[in-house]
Design a protein around this ligand. Sequence first.
Ligand SMILES: [Zn+2]
Length: 283
Amino acid sequence: MANSSGEVQAEIGVIGGSGFYSFLDDVMEVTVDTPYGAPSDSLFLGEVAGRRVAFLPRHGRKHHLPPHRINYRANLWALASLGARQILGPCAVGGLQTRYGPGTLLVPDQLVDRTKSRAQTYFDGEPRLDGSVPNVVHVTFADPYCPVGRRVAVDTARAGGWDAVDGGTLVVVEGPRFSTRAESLWHAAQGWSVVGMTGHPEAVLARELGLCYTSLTLVTDLDAGADTGEGVSHEEVLEVFAANVGRMRNVLFDVVGALPANSDRTCLCVSPLGGQEPGIDLP
Ligand SMILES: [Zn+2]
């Protein structure tokens, strides 16, 4: 817990920008430090559908952090230390198949990691900022996303009139550049669905901490291999994202209201270490 009384300050974490929380009443800004350094920004606490939610702008509130510079370990740790046990990770992606055009909401059930330089474990046997040294442990990651969170996300979006795609593979690239046409054609030929830059290592770090993590991907463009045009531009991505942010916020808030209580979780996410000793105190 971030405060000395051990009080839970948030049940659910949402990793997404200010478009998701700026209009909420009574948002409280809190700063959280972690043994892995500072998260992307302050965390913003608010109430949605009667649930206490912590919002964290993934790229910082001024969007100054590119995907490969985000301190993912600090971000997930900070959310967990406030009490969050279920995490929603909305993100913008490119569609790898023409049937997943701009405006598609896809809730992936698999991911492929093609990142290169990111710290992606809490358990690397290296001393942390506070001097403590975690053990080396291995978590199961065959199914990287929370099955309960996925179900809630798909059903809730559909009930609200957005025909979410149930399942698919998110391939995560290092960025910040977009894919070449050859890379994109290769990704598409594997049958993968969408491509983004932030979905990894968020999901695996959440798993290591015993958090439920659900990815909600919004397609903002067709990736180079699936598009006959000039390829992806940042303007195009921003435009489609801005046009859909209200819709995405509505879905997220409905999902927040429909998630189970943290104390009712029985999914595979709850005990990822399976008896392995972490060697450090987990939040
Ligand atoms: Zn779960």
